[in-house]
Write a protein that binds this ligand. Sequence first.
Ligand SMILES: Cc1cc2nc3c(=O)[nH]c(=O)nc-3n(C[C@H](O)[C@H](O)[C@H](O)COP(=O)(O)OP(=O)(O)OC[C@H]3O[C@@H](n4cnc5c(N)ncnc54)[C@H](O)[C@@H]3O)c2cc1C
Length: 331
Amino acid sequence: MNGPVVALCPCRPGESLDVGPLRAAKTVAGEAGAPVAAILVEAADRQIEQARSEGDLVVWDVRHADLSPLDDAERRGPVFVEALKQSGLGDFRLAVLPAGHVGAALAAAIGKSFDAAVLGACAEIVLTAGGVEARRSTCGGRVEIVVAADGRCVVATRDASQRGPSRRVGEVRPLRLATPLPDRRPVERVGAAGRDRSVATARVVIAGGRGIGGDEGFDRLRDLAGCLDGAVGGSLPAVDAGWVPVSAQVGQSGQFVAPEVYVAVGVSGTPQHLAGVGAAARIVAINTDVDADIFRFADVGIVAAWRDVVPALVRRLRSSPEAFSPDERDP
Ligand SMILES: Cc1cc2nc3c(=O)[nH]c(=O)nc-3n(C[C@H](O)[C@H](O)[C@H](O)COP(=O)(O)OP(=O)(O)OC[C@H]3O[C@@H](n4cnc5c(N)ncnc54)[C@H](O)[C@@H]3O)c2cc1C
């Protein structure tokens, strides 16, 4: 098989491009001497430029006459499928998507349309003589397995640590589509008070660990998140204990979060946990153990029990909400 490796990048307005799939595709293709390309659907100019500056690949700037930036994966899947066909990349060896629920839904659509094996969220991806081999974690991150399949494959990845930008900028090719898409599903609007904010997109994340000790502590973290317009996340032990839902687990086997501020409370700071926290986040750590690893990564460290700090912070923020106004901060 000599087909290309293709990064598939769904883009959202106002967000930076997730370069994980792009870099993974470049690395995998580079090692095997295969051609590499990226397909960006409904990307902003800034996102196209980001992909182009990663270099050494062809960037397809795909737009569809009937696609809105907020359409779900059910309508985006057919656009990626058509883009692969019309760009001449339909003979791909490997398609790489971002990890997460959008990537998973798109992977299913592409796997079905191209009769490709869908390997899930992987790392250490390599092309073999007849297919693809990769590592992935399973059982909530407790077990690492090697997955392999022959023929064309689809993987998801969140690993942005691989080959970075190169000096040769990529070539951009526009592609305009107008193929029929499935009908939009009716959308129910839910007020902010009616739902939990997602850790994946929040600008402030309050994460609790084993040191929180129970539901009551997480209620206090939710109070704090409410004052800061933030989301509550947790470490793997906090999820295992049932204090936070698995959808809010931060780390290697959970969500990747990229907030401006990450408040880690009762979290020791293991590599598996911090692998899920974007490098640009400013970390505030609250921990009773002065030697906890989290303090090595924190911009602000408070050596104390959460009970002595979090409720006091909530009282202070509630009494003078102007102390923190997310919309009026400096950029
Ligand atoms: C393959 C694999 C994947 C994994 N994936 C993930 C993942 O995605 N996410 C993840 O989080 N972990 C993951 N883990 C688990 C990881 O190795 C650690 O076990 C976990 O991150 C530790 O969570 P923690 O910090 O909450 O608990 P601990 O390490 O037990 O730390 C608890 C901290 O709370 C502090 N503390 C205690 N009491 C208080 C108090 N009253 N107030 C303030 N601080 C207090 C303690 O000093 C301690 O530092 C993974 C492990 C493996 C092997």
